[in-house]
Design a protein around this ligand. Structure first.
Ligand code: NAD
Length: 266
């Protein structure tokens, strides 16, 4: 990551903030890796574990609810113990810095709620949230379930299996969230893609949609991706290091002070 490209990228964002524009940020599991939540793919990802792959499917939850819940519990416990990291805070600050010209909207594939916890105000959860639940039989909503569960799967008073409000492999995305995200991708003048392998459809199509409509494209990822090669700016590194630096340069370009002390030491 060169100093010049950080500065050029910050200047491009500053340029956008001088007119009315929408900037879409698409995030994936990589932005939460530094919060201690394992990713699926990439370094240290869980996807190599065959059991895990088989169990995060809608069909597994129906046929083998205990085994599927054992895997969901691992994810719940990792998320339950996590806190936002400097990348989440930097995005919340970016939203403030770009206002009032730019409306920054975070479209996340994550199910951990860490963007909201860091203060991001416009967040669309494409794959739901693992801290909300409903019964698979009567459909009743449950806002809370103890983090430690003595018996798996948890059951509703009606006897049905309770499940988290997340999109498992093989399930469609929640209609409203998906339609909103598509509309934003078509109108966005900037697209920032962070910590996603872009291997899960249909979310993976969103940045290409924005590119087709002429958006300025920025990617932050540890590993190379096909989208990164087409982006105007590609930063290969830890989101928790790159984003605070980018926000710092943007604040400088806009003549503003950074609000947080999350900028890592060089
Ligand atoms: P993925 O696991 O397929 O890919 C993660 C990407 O992030 C990889 O390209 C990896 O190189 C990169 N990465 C890892 N650490 C990084 C870091 N510190 N900084 C920058 N980049 C980093 O993730 P995905 O594309 O989001 O798809 C996985 C699916 O699994 C999503 O649908 C998501 O719902 C779900 N998931 C969510 C969480 C979560 O909520 N935190 C965690 C795991 C999986």
């Amino acid at each position: 990551m060169s100093e010049q490209s950080l500065e050029a990228c910050a200047n491009s964002l500053a340029e956008l903030s001088r007119r009315k524009a929408i900037v879409m940020v698409l995030t994936g599991a990589g932005i939460s890796a530094e919060s201690g939540i394992p990713t699926y793919r990439g370094r240290g990802g869980l996807w190599g574990r065959q059991h895990m792959r088989a169990m995060v499917k809608a069909e597994a939850l129906r046929r083998l609810p205990r085994q599927a819940w054992e895997v969901l519990q691992q994810m719940r416990e990792a998320i339950g113990a996590s806190h936002p990291n400097p990348a989440h805070y930097a995005l919340a600050e970016l939203e403030e810095l770009l206002r009032p010209g730019v409306r920054l909207i975070v479209v996340t594939q994550n199910i951990d709620g860490l963007h909201q916890a860091a203060g991001s105000r416009n967040v669309i959860e494409l794959h739901g949230n693992i801290t909300r639940f409903h019964c698979m039989v009567c459909g009743c909503q449950q806002d809370w379930l103890p983090l430690q569960l003595a018996v798996l799967p948890p059951r509703c008073a009606c006897g049905g299996v309770i499940r988290p409000d997340v999109v498992l492999f093989g399930e469609p995305l929640p209609g409203t969230a998906w339609q909103e995200a598509q509309a934003i991708a078509q109108r966005a003048e900037g697209i920032i893609v962070i910590g996603t392998s872009l291997e899960v459809e249909p979310a993976a199509s969103l940045p290409y949609e924005a590119l087709r409509h002429g958006a300025l494209a920025i990617e932050v990822n540890l590993d190379p991706t096909a989208f990164g090669n087409r982006a105007n700016y590609q930063f290969r590194g830890f989101a928790g290091q790159v984003l605070p630096l980018l926000v710092q340069r943007l604040a400088h370009a806009l003549g503003r002070a950074t609000r947080r002390s999350s900028v890592p030491k060089a």
